[in-house]
Write a protein that binds this ligand. Structure first.
Ligand SMILES: *[C@@H]1O[C@H](CO)[C@@H](O)[C@H](O)[C@H]1NC(C)=O
Ligand SMILES: *[C@@H]1O[C@H](CO)[C@@H](O)[C@H](O)[C@H]1NC(C)=O
Ligand SMILES: *[C@@H]1O[C@H](CO)[C@@H](O)[C@H](O)[C@H]1NC(C)=O
Ligand SMILES: *[C@@H]1O[C@H](CO)[C@@H](O)[C@H](O)[C@H]1NC(C)=O
Ligand SMILES: *[C@@H]1O[C@H](CO)[C@@H](O)[C@H](O)[C@H]1NC(C)=O
Length: 390
């Protein structure tokens, strides 16, 4: 029995070494030692969890004192829905009779309609380009609620179901760019014609263009897997990509389409559907090539555990709450259309360092744009956030 005990001890030691070894490998992967990528262009698509990605990039920029290509003057996006040009960026163009080349920035991530030659004027040539896509059915469901009063095509439709039964009764491509939210909106964000016929040669040529420009296209349905992959390619720390979900709707403002409605949505937004299917495929190919299933699972678990830890540390409630009920204007999210956008309330009594971290994790997009603007351009008038002023 002494032998049995000895054997058990040996086994226990071996097990412990194994566990420690995987932990050490998790915490110190080789890629973390490479310098982190700090020149980044994120094409922020609409209604795709991209506000959460924006928060991650803003926090990283603030923590590392990186410059951000912020919207000029009072604006909150980079000229959207117009095609991007450099004058939409504050401080990009130098003044004077003989202006030099435009100023360059580390990070660019506000809403814009992609226009590569103009983006390249202000982003360094080693910039990492990435974006995120969402299933076009849920993307359109979200877009309908959010832009209900803004997109002319949605305004007159009683429901998305009704809109999709006879879209051409409501949608008129000549009615201007506000209707871009109503059809192939991700295709539009990429700078393409969202009313083009989805013929094969055209679609394939555009997909190749996206693939050549964007080093990574993430998928909102696999958000945590996306963050794990992003962290790996940027050589960032795990904590850098931990975030709370921002700009989400409350469950009671989520309306799901019928199976028939879903079919109609996919043929109405056929370009977005092709885009999504293609990049869902390349996403998983990339995940498999970079991580392998066990490593992926371990890192996703690590990310979720850390998020839970920070939720417990920072937040008063276990779930986000209705935005309108948030008293602190710095933390109250903008409400749009028929959507009830959720936000967070911080636990009282946090120490300064924790408060600093937690505030940034829950800061809604408009407030964070305004904050970075003041930090980066202290001599300019602050950005006013109209919905907080009445
Ligand atoms: C942050 O960067 C700006 C220029 O981009 C520089 O002027 C400033 O001194 C930096 N601040 C810190 C704290 O490093
Ligand atoms: C990239 O930009 C740097 C500095 O702006 C320049 O020295 C370098 O030649 C450029 N590289 C390429 C491949 O254009
Ligand atoms: C679309 O809008 C344009 C301009 O507002 C108008 O001339 C045209 O008749 C409209 N087409 C349809 C099908 O409603
Ligand atoms: C996306 O890819 C995953 C993994 O291959 C697959 O399970 C899923 O069905 C795909 N989604 C769609 C809409 O095809
Ligand atoms: C916390 O921050 C406040 C305001 O910035 C400051 O007045 C206070 O001294 C800080 N407390 C500590 C313990 O650092």
């Amino acid at each position: 029995s002494l032998w049995t005990i000895l054997l058990l001890v040996v086994l226990a030691v071996l097990l412990l070494v194994g566990v420690l070894h995987t932990h050490v490998k998790l915490l110190l992967p080789a890629e973390v030692e490479r310098p982190p990528v700090t020149n980044i262009m994120f094409l922020k698509t609409h209604k795709t969890a991209s506000s959460t990605v924006l928060n991650i990039l803003y926090r990283y920029a603030e923590m590392h004192n990186l410059s951000v290509a912020l919207p000029v003057g009072r604006s909150f996006h980079l000229g959207f829905p117009w095609l991007f040009v450099t004058r939409y960026v504050e401080g990009a163009l130098q003044a004077g009779p003989h202006p030099g080349p435009p100023r360059q920035f580390n990070i660019m991530c506000n809403h814009l309609r992609f226009n590569l030659p103009e983006v390249q004027k202000i982003m360094p040539n080693d910039t990492f380009y990435f974006s995120i896509l969402r299933h076009p059915v849920t993307q359109l469901e979200s877009s309908f609620i959010y832009y209900k009063n803004y997109a002319p095509a949605f305004r007159a439709a009683s429901s998305l179901e009704a809109f999709l039964k006879a879209p051409h009764r409501f949608y008129n491509s000549s009615a201007g760019l506000r209707n871009a939210y109503a059809r192939n909106s991700m295709w539009f964000d990429l700078g393409f014609n969202n009313d083009a016929a989805a013929d094969d040669a055209y679609v394939r040529a555009r997909l190749v263009e996206v693939e050549q420009r964007f080093q990574l296209v993430l998928i909102a349905e696999y958000f945590d897997e996306s963050m794990v992959l992003l962290r790996r390619l940027l050589h960032w720390q795990m904590d850098d990509v931990v975030a709370f979900r921002l700009n989400a709707r409350s469950p009671h403002s989520v309306v799901r389409l019928s199976p028939q409605g879903r079919e109609r949505a996919l043929s109405w937004s056929a370009l977005d559907w092709r885009l999504y299917l293609h990049f869902n495929h390349t996403f998983w190919t990339r995940v498999r090539a970079e991580l392998g299933p066990r490593r992926l699972r371990a890192e996703v678990e690590q990310l979720r555990a850390r998020r839970l830890e920070l939720q417990t540390l920072c937040l008063e409630d276990t779930a986000p709450r209705s935005g309108a009920s948030i008293a602190d204007p710095r933390l109250r999210p903008y409400q749009s259309g028929d959507a009830d956008i959720l936000g967070y309330v911080l636990r009282p009594g946090l120490d300064n360092a924790t408060l600093h971290l937690c505030q940034r994790m829950v800061m809604p997009e408009l407030q964070y744009v305004a904050r970075l603007y003041t930090l980066q351009f202290p001599q300019k008038p602050r950005k006013r956030i109209p919905f907080l002023e009445h």
